[in-house]
Design a protein around this ligand. Structure first.
Ligand code: AHG
Ligand code: MN
Ligand code: MN
Length: 346
């Protein structure tokens, strides 16, 4: 008689979530189900992203596409998929999305006792869709403040980033990955298209303490604060002891720039500019989730002065400057920002 010793070649997102369930004895599985629902929607979005270049061909004659629906812009499609998945899952009572001015309340019977709210940027980097460059999804999960049984309120979303119970992103790139944290480290899963499953590929992700990459839209240079200009000059200076000059990498998809810097080490900055005093990026569904992930991976995230996770949100679509990445680089950039403040004050 031969004995079969079971061995696992890979761990899927679903298996991993179940194994980590014990980390949340209070959550009774709801958080796991929320993450599962987000993973399902991500696969549907991934399917559409992969054939984005075919949209015109499939939709020709201005009729319907292969699913029998009108062709829609991918960011609208992504928004619909995440709202549908979270609405059907029963764990989420309301959603704040970049695509909707007001919060979206879920009033299905299965969601009556839902205890979580989700903030989402369904498709990040939309300007890169047409040119076949990586795009993403960013999400953040909070426990609601309002009473279960009643309706959700905007206050459920206006919680500091320190209150997040989970956050993550999906990158639709040369491969598709889902990366998330529940406050116990960061884990990354790569979609294996042959089996349609996200498989654990990047366990316990850590950002290098320092790095040689700085990512910023230098086209806005003239409008940057003096501290940012001084930091850029520092990055460009020759100094062999610190490996400078550093190198610029800027994709224009926050998720893709963030993901690269997480793996290679570096800093991403979207500062205030002359036109936009609070920068461009949104606190609730871009900066807070990525700040939570970054800190869990050993990095830092600030608005140039204050830790992102400690900013008090005042509105759903609030913007904030963002300095995020390897701790040594963020500390240096903040030092230049402080110097600027001191010079202006004196
Ligand atoms: P979104 O596509 O969700 O509106 O986000 C776009 C954001 C972000 O992904 C990116 O880092 C940034 O805009 C790029 O802005 P600039 O073109 O001003 O550099
Ligand atoms: Mn975005
Ligand atoms: Mn977006």
């Amino acid at each position: 008689m031969s004995t079969l010793i079971p061995s696992r070649r890979f761990v899927t997102l679903g298996q991993f979530i179940i194994e980590r369930q014990a980390d949340f004895p209070y959550a009774k599985g709801e958080l796991s189900r929320l993450l599962r629902d987000i993973g399902i929607a991500a696969k549907l979005v991934n399917r559409e992203v992969n054939k984005a270049g075919l949209a015109d061909i499939l939709g020709e004659h201005g009729e319907t596409n292969v699913q029998g629906e009108d062709q829609k812009k991918l960011d609208v499609y992504a928004n619909e998929q995440f709202i549908r998945a979270l609405g059907a899952g029963g764990e989420c009572i309301a959603i704040a999305s970049e695509e909707n001015e007001d919060l979206i309340e879920i009033s299905s019977s299965v969601s009556q006792n839902a205890r979580y709210v989700v903030c989402i940027d369904p498709l990040d980097g939309s300007s890169n869709i047409d040119v076949n460059v990586s795009i993403g999804t960013i999400f953040s999960i909070y426990r609601r403040r309002s009473e279960v049984d009643g309706s959700a309120r905007v206050e459920d979303f206006l919680q500091k980033g320190t209150e997040q119970v989970a956050a993550g992103y999906v990158i639709y790139g040369s491969s598709t990955m889902l990366v998330y944290t529940t406050g116990r480290g960061v884990n990354g899963f790569t979609l294996d298209p042959s089996i349609g499953e996200f498989c654990l590929s990047h366990p316990d992700m850590k950002i290098p303490q320092s790095g040689k990459i700085y990512s910023i839209n230098e086209g806005n240079y003239a409008h940057f604060p003096e501290g940012v200009k001084a930091f850029i000059r520092y990055c460009q200076e020759e100094d062999t002891s610190t490996g400078r000059p550093y190198t610029t990498r800027y994709i224009g998809s926050l998720v893709a720039d963030f993901h690269r810097n997480m793996i290679k080490g570096g800093i991403y900055i979207y500062p205030s500019t002359g036109k936009a005093k609070s920068g461009k990026l949104r606190l609730l569904y871009e900066c807070n989730p990525l700040a939570f992930i970054m800190e869990q991976a050993g990095g830092l995230a600030s608005d140039g002065r204050t830790r992102i996770l400690e900013l008090q949100p005042e509105s759903l679509h609030q913007r904030t400057p963002l300095f995020i990445g390897s701790p040594e680089l963020v500390n240096t950039a903040e030092a230049y920002m402080r110097q600027e403040q001191e010079t202006t004050a004196s």
